[in-house]
Design a protein around this ligand. Structure first.
Ligand code: MG
Length: 422
């Protein structure tokens, strides 16, 4: 329906490489960016397979290089300034002793898996509405019709470095993958996509039908669908066990890339073979860094959690009963996990003296922010008890200007009304 075509795609059976890219930045810019990114990825893949099989690490690195190309062109040609593109790609990659489906994604094009009648989105959208949805500020339904749903938060061609999400998935015969641009899912919902993938066994028929349905629904954007059926897995899946997704890296490449640049992690050369001792050392060093980073973050989280519990369990005070006597405790009534409240001060007030209106509070443990406030509360209790005695008492002096207003006010009110009650 729409004039101009800024989407671009690749189906390369020889390389087992499948790509969808959705360009932006004016008609010429958008089309240039998506073509350039896809062509670069294909060119790099062709050169790579001459040396050794594609790997996930290579895949993410190749997307970085495609980014470099788009940035370079946008900088060199003033008429292409501001162009960018999404990129979502699937390829057969070689793991350590297994074959997998490698996935890379930048932007809001999507990869879905259709399996056992269920449709699941594998990639995460890098878009404004997806961010708002993750923050709980929009529902999925609201995001689907949001006027700013075409704003992406990540794309190729914007910065010198791009964060690339990547996955490895075990290929299983019968699984069907759908790569598509937002022109599809902004027009028809997941249920209709799933129904079409279920109904039409031929991938070409299914792709055409999806595009037709999206055009029928309005076709306000370019629509691209690439369907990949897994027809053979050569029995390599068994080794992967029940784990469908073998690995996920969310944007960690950027961090790694920066560490590599600063010399803290040596570059893992893509053509190293396993017989090369240097390559082994390099691999191990990178692995160790990842583990070390994980351990540090994990310990920090555990320490923060323990700190929070200890703080919660000890930072406040409460006034409660020790047997039949009122006492001040440090901690929370009943304790927090392993931290029991600690007796801080005993008072002379016995259970029978505690006024009926606050008996329940003290019974449950009256919580107060500090030891001073707890002492103030006890002082007010004493005043209140004194006020209830038959003999007249002076006005409740202490605590009149205390910040713990709630207990002071209650006491003052009770003190003045108590003689009337008697
Ligand atoms: Mg689009």
């Amino acid at each position: 329906v729409r004039d101009g075509q800024e989407d671009f795609f690749l189906i390369d059976g020889e390389l087992s490489l499948f790509v969808v890219a959705d360009g932006m930045g004016g008609h010429r810019g958008g089309a240039t960016a998506s073509h350039l990114a896809v062509d670069t990825l294909q060119r790099l893949a062709r050169a790579q397979v001459e040396e050794s099989p594609l790997t996930s690490a290579w895949f993410a690195q190749a997307v970085q290089q495609a980014n470099d190309e788009v940035v370079a062109q946008a900088t060199a040609d003033a008429t292409l300034k501001g162009m960018g593109t999404t990129l979502c790609a699937l390829a057969v990659v070689q793991g350590d002793g297994y074959e997998a489906l490698g996935v890379v994604n930048v932007g809001d094009s999507r990869l879905y898996i259709y399996k056992d009648g269920e449709l699941d989105q594998i990639t995460e959208d890098h878009s404004l509405v997806a961010t708002l949805e993750r923050q709980g500020r929009l529902t999925r339904a609201e995001a689907a019709v949001h006027p700013q749903r075409n704003i992406v938060t990540r794309a190729l061609g914007i910065d010198a470095k791009v964060m690339v999400d990547s996955w490895e998935i075990a290929p299983v015969v019968g699984d069907r993958y759908l790569l598509c641009s937002d022109g599809l899912f902004n027009e028809i919902d997941d249920a209709r996509i799933a129904a079409t993938l279920r109904r039409l066994a031929d991938p070409n028929d299914a792709a055409r039908e999806l595009v037709r349905l999206a055009n029928e629904a309005g076709g306000r954007d370019n629509i691209t669908c690439v369907i990949v059926d897994v027809v053979e897995d050569a029995g390599k899946v068994a080794a992967a066990g029940g784990n469908r997704i073998l690995s996920t890296v969310h944007g960690a490449d950027r961090v790694l890339a920066e560490l590599r640049e600063s010399g803290e992690i040596p570059v893992v050369s893509v053509d190293d073979d396993s017989a090369d001792e240097t390559a082994k050392v390099r691999r191990r060093s990178r692995f160790t860094w990842r583990v070390a980073l994980f351990v540090v973050v994990f310990l920090a989280i555990v320490a923060a959690a323990i700190g929070t519990i200890i703080y919660t369990g000890t930072s406040s005070y409460y006034v409660g009963f020790e047997g039949d006597t009122v006492a001040i405790y440090q901690g929370k009534p009943g304790g927090v996990l392993w931290i029991d409240p600690e007796l801080t001060e005993r008072t002379q007030i016995s259970r029978d003296d505690v006024p009926a209106n606050v008996l329940g509070d003290v019974e449950a443990g009256k919580e107060l922010g500090s030891l001073d406030e707890a002492r103030q509360y006890v002082a007010n209790l004493e005043d209140q008890i004194a006020a209830q005695q038959p003999r007249p008492t002076p006005s409740p002096g202490p605590g009149a200007s205390s910040p713990s207003t709630s207990s002071t006010d209650t006491t003052a009110t009770t003190a003045t009304t108590a003689p009337a009650q008697l």
